[in-house]
Ligand binder design. Structure first.
Ligand code: 4AD
Ligand code: MG
Length: 444
């Protein structure tokens, strides 16, 4: 590859040197002696200004949106701006708005419009910037855990457990007729089987992480998870990426909360350093949140209820709703850990609180804009108590982890897309990943 990516041309400009770039034309201005083209290749938020002398042979197909290969000399304009004085420009692929190209340079297209063209939307500055930030956040997460000596584990996508027990699983079954016929001959029900056992797309890798943690110590995973919630909100996807960590020998909520808070602040600080221009491109008003220098607030569930009650908001049996989550964040003026949850609102694996057996040592971390961004808990390590709450015999392997060399552990799951929403101020979660899946939307 002879040409350079624009990010490295801008980072270490070699004035006077012959330089080759390839990318897409983001704007074009025709003046008396020169044509000015801004070219971007996706490697960074910035564009490289190309100066095209009018005496060069210029292809009619050089338009907004076309892909180009340019050779020229790098120079500084009288105003000190870096520019490439083209001596050769080659249009690789034309792009004609009249042929149906949906974007044009004179309009600021709203995200709802851009979302209709998933296959073309990486051409927009907004989505390209978000995808670069997503890449950076993923890198920072791996760096964080590498520094802390966690081991990265690949947990399975196909599983027979519904970890959260919320009945929001997608079932997996073979399409092949012969397989289904053979299974039915064996007396199996075709609606519920994958080669003979109920199988789902995973809702969480937690139970598998817990198994590995009880042999190898601190572990984490970052992968796709699936939820069949029929929610079309701006905060829910059918397929999303979850970072999950399981901390060995974790015997207090304080230790668990410390890891979450430390990790989140690390992600925010590092990404502001590495991707400042992208954050600005996504949202001009984006600034460092005040809470980065503060300690997160901790509020027991009952106290949170009282706070809401005093504001005239009634918490029902079903727990704190989204509007109430956001009210609590506003009240605390910082991300807030809601702890000591009523047992009936939380999953079977959570540890019974030692000072109130109607409560579990669980947490939800609530943040501005999205409400819940992290869910976690200490894990029930008492064999008998866990056995009594086990939702199915298929989880006997999980129970058995408590029988052989058990240790206390705690862990959490952090929604990558929700973190991106908060970090970049992205109103709709569907814009945080390249190909969003939500109820009834999986066309490409
Ligand atoms: O609170 P959840 O359901 O927790 C678990 O799955 C635990 N097993 C994690 C663990 O302890 N290892 O989900 C964790 C986070 C939520 O706080 C939220 O950020 C995100 O996953 N999340 C979703 N994000 C997008 N779309 C959805 N439908 C989501 N459901 C959960
Ligand atoms: Mg949750």
């Amino acid at each position: 590859k002879k040409y350079s990516i624009i990010a490295s041309v801008l980072e270490t400009p070699k004035i006077g040197e012959v330089t080759e770039v390839k990318g897409w034309v983001k704007s074009l201005r025709v003046q008396k002696e020169f044509i000015f083209a801004d070219v971007n290749d996706g490697s960074c938020a910035q564009k490289l200004q190309i100066v095209i002398p009018k005496n060069l042979p210029i292809d009619d197909n050089l338009t907004y949106g076309s892909s180009v290969h340019i050779t020229g000399k790098l120079s500084k304009s009288p105003r000190g701006q870096l520019e490439l004085i083209a001596d050769n420009i080659n249009v690789l692929g034309k792009c004609v708005i009249l042929d149906g190209y949906p974007f044009n340079p004179r309009t600021v297209h709203p995200p709802e419009y851009i979302r209709k063209f998933l296959h073309l939307r990486s051409r927009t500055n907004y989505i390209a910037a978000i995808l670069r930030v997503r890449h950076a956040v993923t890198t920072h997460i791996h760096n964080y855990f590498a520094k802390k000596n966690y081991i990265h584990i690949h947990t399975p996508i196909l599983t027979s457990n519904d970890c959260e027990g919320a009945g929001e699983v997608f079932k997996v079954q073979p399409e092949n007729n012969e397989t289904i016929k053979a299974m039915m001959q064996e007396g199996k029900n075709r609606d519920s089987v994958y080669f003979g056992t109920k199988t789902y797309l995973t809702v969480s890798g937690q139970l598998h992480l817990e198994a590995i943690c009880r042999g190898m110590g601190d572990v984490y995973t970052l992968g796709p998870t699936f939820r069949a919630e029929n929610s079309r909100s701006r905060l829910h996807l059918s397929e999303f990426y979850m970072l999950e960590a399981e901390i060995a020998f974790c015997d207090s909520m304080e230790k668990l909360q410390k890891v979450i808070e430390d990790l989140l602040k690390y992600i925010f600080i590092e990404t502001r350093n590495t991707n400042e221009a992208d954050l600005f491109l996504i949202d001009k008003s984006n600034k460092t949140p005040d809470w980065l220098n503060k300690q997160f607030v901790t509020l027991p569930y009952d106290e949170a209820r009282n706070v809401l009650c005093a504001k005239g908001l009634d918490v029902t049996e079903e727990g704190i709703n989204k509007e109430q989550e956001l009210t609590l964040v506003d009240h605390c003026q910082a991300p807030v850990f809601i702890v000591q949850w009523p047992k009936n609102l939380k999953s079977f694996y959570m540890k019974e609180s030692s000072f109130d057996n109607s409560k579990v040592d669980a947490l939800d971390l609530l943040a501005p804009l999205t409400g819940e961004i992290v869910g976690g808990s200490l894990r029930e390590d008492n064999y008998e108590k866990l056995k009594a709450k086990l939702p199915s015999d298929a989880l006997n392997w999980y129970l058995e982890l408590r029988k052989f060399g058990n240790i206390p552990t705690g862990g959490f799951g952090l929604g990558l897309e929700r973190i991106l929403q908060v970090l970049c101020n992205i109103p709709n979660i569907k814009d945080t990943l390249p190909f969003p899946r939500w109820p009834h939307n999986c066309d490409m």
